[in-house]
Design a protein around this ligand. Structure first.
Ligand code: N01
Length: 538
């Protein structure tokens, strides 16, 4: 271990974060002969799946998409559900560790709090919460997009006397919700899962909803060794397809026709087939104009709305959960996957509070006041999301060549080259960051595809004796302009979403992710082919 007292040789590469991206970097770079190490804040590998253990937490990408394509890992691994829960994902990471022997090069409990580029040595000096300093030539943050929880500034929140937890910081030994009066604030992916799980066991459940989730049918299925969705002898081909697919999921392929050109029966048949396939098929696997064209988008919305309304008994609930008119275009906020989410609202013990009508006024010792009603709770769940995309990076005191932090540098808007490098921050290459596809890309696919690009870049630098690489300001300006153009041509800006940075008060409103994976990778590969165009190498 590198301590503040001793000056040990710097690592070639220091990776931050032991989720899918970080572990892949560690594995590949080690294979390529780099002297690489990984710092992880948590006590184990898994990234978000190390932290996520709130009731109902499970992944929204169907297997076998949500795993590495490494044969040594998949050859003797079977999933027990089409959409595995957090416990199974932890077992998967343990399997990964056993296969790839990752932990030996990881320091756990190492929360990176600062990093400063030393121009004289061309190294990063990285400070961790235990006040030790480590040095590395290259720094590769793999923080995920949800490393910083967002907790709204509710008056009196700290007064609440019962257990009160954000979903991203759920206690690892759990919280007993059985027979309890539970309040849940937020109906994003995390909220939907908690609500669905808690409704049947709580004595009372009150949901504070600001925006209805356009939740899609998961179509969960139990699996065993004989019923894996893709047999092992087809997995190689499946993973090859996954690498070049839109959202990094091999079998979600949009219909090339425009919804508006198809006759209504045929259109409904396409929608229904996608609905029955479940998961994100209805989001990404119907017509290609849904994300661009308002009329097409309304057709998808109407199909979704009517499906949901058919499951709700009370007309008021129907209008609250699946409004006649969409609050934002379909799919411009991340739809969640659900199994019994809507049925839960038909239960007598479940109440929906629309905070657009009756805002949360304050949190008290025993509950929440909204619309002059005092709701009493034993447990309060904050499913209020994350400072997504940028928060994980800007909460670290990362200082580049101009002495300013990344947070300062992005004060007037995020500026990166390919969502991988930032001018003024040499030798820093980030994975799953802002201005790359990230939120629109299946995590493990991105970890490998974007990850291989970064590994190739580092090999290129090593082979050419480059000890300092920095994105140019012009390249980053052009990339940011490219992201702005994409936003302008899509429906995404119409939603107050975390894709747009619009979920955190005061955060700049801008598209934080590149929504077109194939185009993104084409551009990344073209830049590499031109000898890393837009990067200054020394
Ligand atoms: O967070 P969110 P999340 N008063 O930001 C509400 C991934 N993920 O943790 O929509 C009242 O989506 C807010 O309301 P509104 C996945 O990519 C994946 O659920 O802003 N309410 C919203 O309803 C996901 O998309 C998985 O109007 C307030 C909720 O809180 C992403 O992480 C599981 C409020 C926040 O929803 C984030 O999901 C979990 C306020 N002041 C997460 N402030 C799986 O793969 C916020 N809200 C399954």
């Amino acid at each position: 271990m590198v301590g503040s007292e001793e000056r040990e040789p710097a690592w070639d590469v220091l990776v931050i974060g032991a989720g899918f991206s970080g572990l892949y970097q560690l594995h590949r770079l080690r294979e390529e002969g780099f002297n690489v190490h990984l710092f992880e804040a948590g006590a184990d590998i898994g990234g978000i799946w190390h932290w996520n253990c709130y009731p109902g937490a499970r992944v929204d990408s169907h297997v076998p998409n949500y795993e590495y394509s490494l044969e040594t890992v998949w050859q003797d691994w079977n999933w027990s559900e089409r959409f595995p829960d957090w416990k199974e994902l932890r077992r998967y990471f343990a399997h990964l560790d056993a296969k790839l022997d990752l932990s030996r090069d990881i320091s756990f409990g190492k929360r990176v709090v600062g990093a400063e580029f030393d121009e004289s040595t061309r190294e990063w000096a990285v400070t961790t919460a235990d006040a030790s300093i480590a040095r590395a030539r290259f720094l590769v943050p793999c923080l995920g997009f949800a490393a910083k929880a967002y907790v709204p500034d509710f008056a009196g929140l700290d007064r609440f006397e019962g257990p009160c937890h954000h979903t991203g910081h759920w206690p690892q030994d759990g919280v007993d919700l059985e027979g309890k009066r539970v309040g849940v604030i937020g109906t994003g992916a995390s909220g939907v899962q908690v609500i669905q799980e808690t409704g049947p066991i709580a004595s009372e459940l009150v949901v504070f909803q600001r925006t209805p989730n356009q939740a899609l049918a998961m179509q969960q299925r139990a699996l065993d060794a004989g019923s894996q969705p893709v047999p092992n002898d087809e997995l190689r081909g499946y993973f090859r397809t996954r690498q070049i697919s839109g959202g990094g999921i091999a079998d979600i392929v949009p219909d090339r026709r425009r919804a508006v050109d198809v006759d209504p029966d045929e259109r409904d048949a396409v929608f229904e087939a996608a609905w029955q396939r479940g998961g994100f098929h209805f989001w990404g696997g119907t017509f290609s104009d849904i994300s661009m064209d308002e009329t097409a988008n309304r057709m998808a919305y109407a199909f979704w709305r009517d499906k949901v309304r058919a499951r709700l008994g009370d007309p008021t609930l129907r209008e609250k959960l699946a409004p006649t008119e969409p609050i934002h275009p379909f799919g411009t906020k991340r739809p969640s996957l659900e199994q019994t989410y809507y049925e839960v609202y038909n239960q007598d013990n479940v109440t929906l509070v629309d905070v657009r009508e009756t805002p949360i006024e304050e949190v008290t010792e025993t509950g929440v006041v909204a619309g002059a009603h005092h709701y009493q709770f034993d447990v309060l769940v904050l499913a209020t999301g994350f400072d997504s995309g940028t928060g994980g990076l800007t909460q670290i005191d990362i200082r580049g060549t101009q002495g300013c932090t990344m947070a300062d540098f992005w004060a007037d808007g995020v500026k990166t080259h390919l969502g991988i490098a930032v001018p003024g921050f040499p030798n820093l290459l980030m994975l799953y960051g802002p201005q790359s596809p990230t939120a629109f890309w299946n995590g493990p696919t991105s970890a490998e595809v974007q990850g291989d690009w970064v590994v190739d870049c580092l090999i290129h630098m090593r082979d050419n004796g480059v000890t300092r690489v920095e994105a140019t300001d012009a390249a980053a300006e052009a990339w940011s302009e490219h992201i702005r153009e994409i936003a302008a041509g899509s429906l995404l800006p119409q939603a107050d979403s975390w894709y747009m940075g619009a979920n955190v008060p005061g955060k700049r409103r801008e598209l934080l992710f590149h929504p077109g994976v194939p185009d993104y990778m084409k551009r990344c590969n073209a830049i590499a082919a031109k000898g890393y165009d837009g990067f200054e190498c020394a």
